[in-house]
Write a protein that binds this ligand. Structure first.
Ligand code: ATP
Ligand SMILES: O=c1ccn([C@@H]2O[C@H](COP(=O)(O)O)[C@@H](O)[C@H]2O)c(=O)[nH]1
Length: 191
């Protein structure tokens, strides 16, 4: 897709801090932040025909069909004025990744992976207090199972390709951003 000049992906478990760090990167380095979960939540509340299906999957901690998520991401890329994108929380499965590569025709320049202990991630999710349908003890446990079985293979794929930057996801938001900042500074992605 010609609209993409730089394309970074942020992955990590539930509550690892992807969304929080994406906002800081977007503001500091001028990227367009595309949150896959945010797009799905918007679709869920829009009254679309997929709304009930998305809500059910989110409550279960499962992953939405690739065509649905890729279509939403494609639309967000096409309607953005920016050509530098941060994709937050996608691809979540090898199937997601392959669908994205087939439909959008692009691979990320690099991938940040937030490495965070489970107990820290669970605590953050349960304290989030944003009224999300998946911020409860049952769903976070299911999300962790999905993350380990289905998302970590994607992380390993990018590691094998030499595209993965592993970031310690513990500490304060500011401490984590000071680990993220040099990665974006040193890569000097095109504008
Ligand atoms: N370093 C941090 N220390 C304490 N709390 C944090 C930190 N980073 C983020 N949080 C808080 O933890 C919660 C989860 O963070 P965030 O939404 O960024 O994670 P995420 O990886 O995008 O999660 P999810 O995949 O569930 O959407 C939020 O309430 C956020 O404000
Ligand atoms: O690519 C994606 C991204 C998200 N989901 C579903 O949404 C929730 C919450 O996602 P966040 O990125 O943490 O906001 C996730 O557990 C999935 O149910 C998805 O299906 N595909």
């Amino acid at each position: 897709m010609e609209l993409l000049s730089s394309f970074a992906v942020l992955l990590g478990g539930p509550g690892s801090g992807k969304g929080t760090q994406c906002l800081k990167v977007a503001e500091t380095f001028g990227f367009e932040h595309i949150g896959a979960g945010d797009l799905l939540r918007k679709e869920m509340y829009s009254g679309s025909e997929n709304g009930d299906m998305i809500q059910k999957l989110m409550k279960e901690g499962s992953i939405a069909p690739s065509e649905v998520t890729v279509k939403l991401i494609k639309k967000a890329i096409e309607s953005a004025e920016n050509s530098k994108f941060l994709i937050d929380g996608f691809p979540r499965s090898e199937e997601n990744r392959m669908a994205y590569e087939r439909i959008i025709g692009a691979e990320p320049n690099f991938v940040l992976f937030f490495d965070c202990p489970e107990e820290v991630m669970v605590k953050r999710v349960l304290n989030r207090n944003e009224g999300r349908v998946d911020d409860n003890e049952h769903t976070v446990k299911e999300r962790l199972k999905v993350y380990k079985a289905i998302t970590l293979p994607v992380v390993n794929h990018y590691a094998k390709k030499g595209k993965l930057y592993k970031v310690d996801g513990t500490g304060t938001q500011e401490e984590i951003f000071e680990r993220v900042r040099p990665i974006f500074t040193s890569l000097r992605l095109s504008t």
